[in-house]
Structures are given as structure tokens and as C-alpha cells.
Design a protein around this ligand. Structure first.
Ligand code: XMP
Length: 317
């Protein structure tokens, strides 16, 4: 029978067998899957695992620094790459959701390959692919339609002539979390909500600019912290803020304001395929709204998204 401890022992010995004395490069995202996969590979081959964590400019507030620090504590051999300005430059003038995804995917591959070039003798690409990703990439990228280009680094292994190492390929998310806990990965990483690869770029409707990212990071940080402080974070599957491309009139003291609106999103779900809007308490929503409007200059209105999936999606783009 399946237990996290057995899985870990078996996987580590399989990885040792497969990789031997060779080297693995891997992109880390700060998410549960890549962190657990990297930790397993690291246990098998130590510093022959080279992790790359890219700041694409559309991460959450403070995320890059916090996640790097956690990797360090886990003893992982990870290089942080600050590529923010490159991403902002290329995102400029591109309001279309799929175009933004493609730009972010392409730049990510560029940056990653650049880093890979500086390392010699790499044979493997590590990935945190889990079982639902395997199924979903078949249905999403089926012959007829592309719903959303979820898998932003598809094509990378072929391009780089690397063999894949995917220790979580047959696990579901809850199993990955169990393995992560057993490995001693801190709960702030294990119990984290899913966060899309294109990050805040698909939560800023329309064109992404560094200024808009800063605004949204502040609002998002207030919301997520409040969810945690009120013990609501674990009750929702995913939550975030969306910066709408709408300005509206408000009043602040004696002054008229004309600023952006932020939408709060929180959903309950089992797998993200369907979702219900989370019935968060009014008092909580009122407090978050006040805190955002009072503290984030540039936002004067907060709305709550009460749409379920389907027909809406979790993200707005
Ligand atoms: P939707 O908006 O399709 O989202 O209901 C379902 C789940 O997928 C995530 N998502 C993405 N993840 N790249 C990703 O890595 C993407 O382009 C992308 N688009 C949506 C979304 O955050 C939710 O968890």
C-alpha cells in the first residue's frame, strides 16, 4: 500500500539508479510540485541538481526573496535570476491574454536556456509534473482546440536535448502534499494555493506595466495576509486579486479621486476544473476592501467576484 515514506524511499533509489553521476537542471516556481520534486531529486543526487528560479516580474509581493530563502533552508542548490525588466519590456504594448502567456513562456525559456548554457554536461531536465498535468495537457492541447496554453514550458526538453526526470508523474496533488510534509518542507510552501505560471500578468487585464504590477502586488498582499490571519486561507482552493482596466470616481477626504478597481476572487474547488465562488464572510470582505482602499494609492474601489466555473473561469484571462 501507498505511503509517503515508501514512495520517498522507492523514488530516491530509482532516481539514483536513473541519474547516477550525471546532472539535472530544473526550473523552480515556488509552487508545491516543483519544490517537492526538487527536494526528492536533491535527496538522490545532492548538488548535481541545479535549480533555477526566475523572477519574471509578475510574482506576488516579496515572493522571490521568501521562496529563495526557503530553498536555501532546504539545502537546495538554487540560483535566483532577476529578469524582471526583460519581461516588462516585452510585455509592453501587449494587452491580449494569450499573447501575454506566449511572451512569458518564451522569455522564460530564453532565460532558462541562458542559464543552462553556463552549466556544462547536463543530461536531464527535472520537472514537477503531476498526474492531472499529464491528463490535462492531452485534453487541453487536443487536436481540435486550445483552451488556454497552460503548460508554459512545453517543448523545452526537446529543444534542449535533455531527458526528463519527473518523480511526481503518477501522483495527485494531495499525495504530493503528503510527500512534501514527510520530507519536512515547511507548510507555507506545502499548503500554498495554486498560482499560474504567467502570474499577475493574467490578473492585470490588458497591458501589463511595472506600475500596475506594484499596485496589484500591494492589494494582493493585503488580501492574502487577511485570509491567513482570519483562518480562511486553507478553506479556499485559490484566491487572488484582479486589476481591472477601469477607473471610477471616488472620494478621499475632500478630494475627488479617479482610480482603478480591484476584484477579489476566491474559489472552492477539488481540482480547479470546476469551482464555486467562496462564500467569504461580509465582515471580512468589508475589512479587506477598507484596507485596500485606504492603503493602496491608485485603487479606490473593490468588488467581489461571485461567478462560478463554469461558465466563468477562475482567472479572468
Ligand atoms: P481557469 O482560469 O482556467 O484556471 O479556471 C484553472 C487553474 O489553472 C490556472 N491557470 C494557469 N496556470 N498557466 C498556469 O500555469 C496558465 O496560463 C494558467 N491559466 C490558468 C489557474 O490559476 C487555476 O488554478
Amino acid at each position: 500500500d501507498w505511503t509517503p515514506a515508501h514512495f520517498i524511499t522507492d523514488t530516491i533509489s530509482q532516481l539514483k539508479e536513473k541519474i547516477g553521476n550525471r546532472k539535472v537542471i530544473m526550473a523552480l516556481s515556488g509552487g508545491v510540485d516543483s519544490t517537492v520534486a526538487a527536494t526528492l531529486i536533491h535527496k538522490a543526487i545532492g548538488d548535481h541538481l541545479y535549480g533555477i528560479f526566475v523572477d519574471n516580474g509578475v510574482l506576488r509581493k516579496g515572493e522571490f526573496e521568501q521562496v529563495l530563502e526557503t530553498y536555501k533552508q532546504l539545502g537546495l542548490n538554487i540560483k535566483g535570476v532577476d529578469a524582471r525588466q526583460l519581461f516588462y519590456k516585452e510585455l509592453k504594448g501587449n494587452p491580449d491574454p494569450e499573447a501575454k502567456r506566449k511572451i512569458i513562456g518564451r522569455l522564460f525559456i530564453d532565460v532558462f536556456q541562458q542559464e543552462a548554457k553556463q552549466l556544462s554536461g547536463i543530461d536531464f531536465l527535472g520537472q514537477g509534473t503531476i498526474y492531472p498535468d499529464v491528463i490535462e495537457s492531452v485534453s487541453v492541447h487536443g487536436p481540435s482546440v486550445t483552451i488556454k496554453s497552460h503548460h508554459n514550458v512545453g517543448g523545452l526538453p526537446e529543444k534542449m536535448h535533455l531527458e526528463l526526470v519527473e518523480p511526481l508523474r503518477f501522483l495527485f496533488k494531495d499525495e504530493v502534499r503528503k510527500v512534501g510534509r514527510e520530507l519536512g518542507i515547511p507548510s507555507n510552501l506545502i499548503d500554498r494555493h495554486p498560482f499560474p505560471g504567467p502570474g499577475l500578468a493574467i490578473r492585470i487585464l490588458g497591458e501589463v506595466t511595472e506600475e500596475k504590477v506594484k499596485l496589484l502586488q500591494e492589494a494582493d498582499d493585503i488580501y492574502i495576509k487577511a485570509l491567513k490571519e482570519n483562518d480562511l486561507y486553507a478553506t479556499v482552493w485559490q484566491a487572488g486579486t484582479i486589476l481591472l482596466p477601469v477607473k471610477s470616481v471616488g472620494v478621499m477626504g475632500d478630494e475627488r479621486t479617479y482610480e482603478y478597481t480591484v476584484a477579489l476572487r476566491a474559489v472552492t474547488s477539488v481540482d480547479g476544473m470546476t469551482a464555486d465562488w467562496a462564500h467569504l464572510p461580509y465582515e471580512f470582505l468589508a475589512n479587506v476592501s477598507n484596507e485596500i482602499c485606504n492603503n493602496v494609492r491608485g485603487i479606490n474601489r473593490v468588488v467581489y467576484d461571485i461567478s462560478s466555473k463554469p461558465p466563468a473561469t477562475i482567472e479572468w484571462e
